[in-house]
Design a protein around this ligand. Structure first.
Ligand code: 2NL
Length: 367
C-alpha cells in the first residue's frame, strides 16, 4: 500500500467526521436526528462501507484504519446522544412555554357536586348546638328492645311498639327481637349507661317507622339532644330551645311557645311552636299570630335516668327531638317529603348546597 493511499484514507475519515458532526449538531428536531442516525450508523451507512473497504489494505494499515473508524463510530454515537438530550430538553421547554395551565381558573360547574339538604340541615343544627357546648354522638341503626323502648319508659301496649308501626327483624322472641330504631334516643340511653354525668350531646341519624305518604317516609332523619347535670331545670330547656329556634330560622325576635304535651320519656313534656302567618296555601315563618309546631321536648323522666344508672335526686336533665326533613322543608320551601329520597339530580341541583358552604355560627349558617 502506497503512503499516499493512507493519507487519503485518513483525510476521508477526518472529513466524514466533520461532516457527520456538523449534520448531527445541525439537526433541528428529534425526528431529523433519528433520520441521520438510521442513515449513518446502520448497515448501509458510510462508516460501515468504509469498514468493509478495509479488507483490501495490508494488516498494519487495516489495524490503524480500523481503530480510527471505531473511534469515529463511538464519537458519532456520543454526538447523537448529546444532541438528542439537548433537543429533548428544548422541545420540553418549548412545550412548557406554549402549553401553560392556569391553575387559578375555577373548576367547571358541571362537575361540582351538591350537598343534600338533609346533610346541610344536620350540619346547621350541629353548628348551632355545638356552639352551646353539645358534642355529637352516634350509634347503631339496628337496636334491641331495651334501648329503643323499655329504658325509655315506653309501655308494652304503646302504639309505637305495634307490629304495623315498627320494623322488627325476623327470627327471635318478643323480648330479644331486634328493631330498626324508631328514634335516635337509644344512642342517648347508651351514652348515659356507659358514661358519667354531666352529659351534653346531640344525636343526628336515620330512624325508621312503617309510614308512607306526603309527610311520612319509612326512613327519615332526626336530631335529638340531651343534657344531664346537677340542678338542670325547665329554664335551661327553654333558654336552649328558644336560642336554637331563633338561630336556625335566622329571626332574632322569633316568637317561641311551649305547649304542654306528653311523652313517656319526659315529665313534664312540651311541644315547641314558632310564630308564623298562613295565607291561602302560603306559609311565612317568623311573625304573625299563627303557630307552627317544630319540635318536642321535656325534662327527662326520673325513671329513664334510673334505668341508665343515674340517681335522679342528684342529677336532672332535659331532652328534645326534631325531624330533619321537616326542618329543611320549612326553611328551604321544599313542598314534598318524598322528593328527598328520589335521587333526582335536577332536584339536587336546585335544592342542594355548595360543598364550600359549611354552616358555622361565626361564618354564617348559610352564605
Ligand atoms: C319529637 C319528640 C323528643 C326526647 C325526644 C329523649 C331521649 C331520652 C330521654 C328523654 Cl334518652 N327524652 N328524647 C324527648 C322529648 C321529645 O322528641 O317530637 N321528636 C320528633
Amino acid at each position: 500500500m502506497e503512503p499516499e493511499d493512507e493519507t487519503t484514507r485518513m483525510e476521508d475519515i477526518a472529513s466524514l467526521r466533520s461532516e457527520l458532526i456538523a449534520s448531527v449538531e445541525g439537526a433541528a428536531s428529534l425526528g431529523e436526528l433519528e433520520t441521520i442516525r438510521v442513515a449513518e450508523m446502520g448497515k448501509k451507512g458510510r462508516i460501515t462501507a468504509m469498514m468493509k473497504g478495509l479488507s483490501g489494505l495490508d494488516p498494519e494499515a487495516r489495524k490503524a484504519a480500523g481503530q480510527d473508524l471505531n473511534t469515529l463510530k463511538t464519537e458519532i454515537a456520543n454526538a447523537l446522544e448529546a444532541r438528542k438530550t439537548s433537543l429533548a430538553d428544548s422541545e420540553l421547554d418549548a412545550r412548557l412555554m406554549s402549553e401553560r395551565v392556569d391553575v387559578t381558573l375555577p373548576v367547571s360547574p358541571e362537575s361540582e357536586g351538591r350537598i343534600h339538604p338533609i346533610s346541610q340541615t344536620i350540619q346547621e343544627v350541629v353548628a348551632i348546638l355545638g356552639e352551646m357546648g353539645f358534642t355529637v354522638a352516634e350509634g347503631p341503626d339496628i337496636e334491641d328492645d331495651w334501648h329503643n323502648f323499655t329504658a325509655l319508659n315506653i309501655p308494652s301496649d304503646h302504639p309505637a311498639r305495634q307490629e304495623h308501626d315498627t320494623f322488627y327483624l325476623p327470627g327471635k322472641g318478643d323480648e330479644d327481637r331486634l328493631v330498626l330504631r324508631t328514634h335516635t334516643s337509644p344512642v342517648q340511653i347508651r351514652t348515659m349507661e356507659n358514661g358519667e354525668p354531666p352529659f351534653r350531646i346531640i344525636v343526628p341519624g336515620r330512624t325508621y317507622r312503617c309510614d308512607y305518604d306526603a309527610t311520612h317516609s319509612p326512613m327519615f332523619h332526626q336530631v335529638e339532644g340531651l343534657v344531664v347535670d346537677k340542678g338542670t331545670h325547665m329554664g335551661h330547656l327553654k333558654g336552649c330551645l328558644i336560642e336554637f329556634c331563633r338561630a336556625y330560622f335566622g329571626v332574632e325576635d322569633l316568637p317561641v311557645r311551649f305547649r304542654p304535651s306528653y311523652f313517656p320519656f319526659t315529665e313534664p313534656s312540651a311541644e315547641v311552636d314558632i310564630g308564623c302567618t298562613r295565607s291561602d296555601g302560603g306559609l311565612s315563618i317568623g311573625h304573625g299570630d299563627d303557630w307552627l309546631e317544630i319540635l318536642g321536648c321535656g325534662m327527662i323522666n326520673p325513671k329513664v335516668l334510673e334505668n341508665c344508672g343515674i340517681d335522679p335526686t342528684e342529677y336532672q336533665g332535659f331532652a328534645f327531638g326534631l325531624g330533619i326533613e321537616r326542618m329543611a322543608m320549612l326553611k328551604y320551601g321544599i313542598p314534598d317529603l318524598r322528593t328527598f329520597y328520589e335521587s333526582d339530580l335536577r332536584w339536587l341541583r336546585h335544592y342542594g348546597f355548595s360543598a364550600l358552604n359549611v354552616p358555622s355560627m361565626v361564618g354564617g349558617l348559610n352564605q
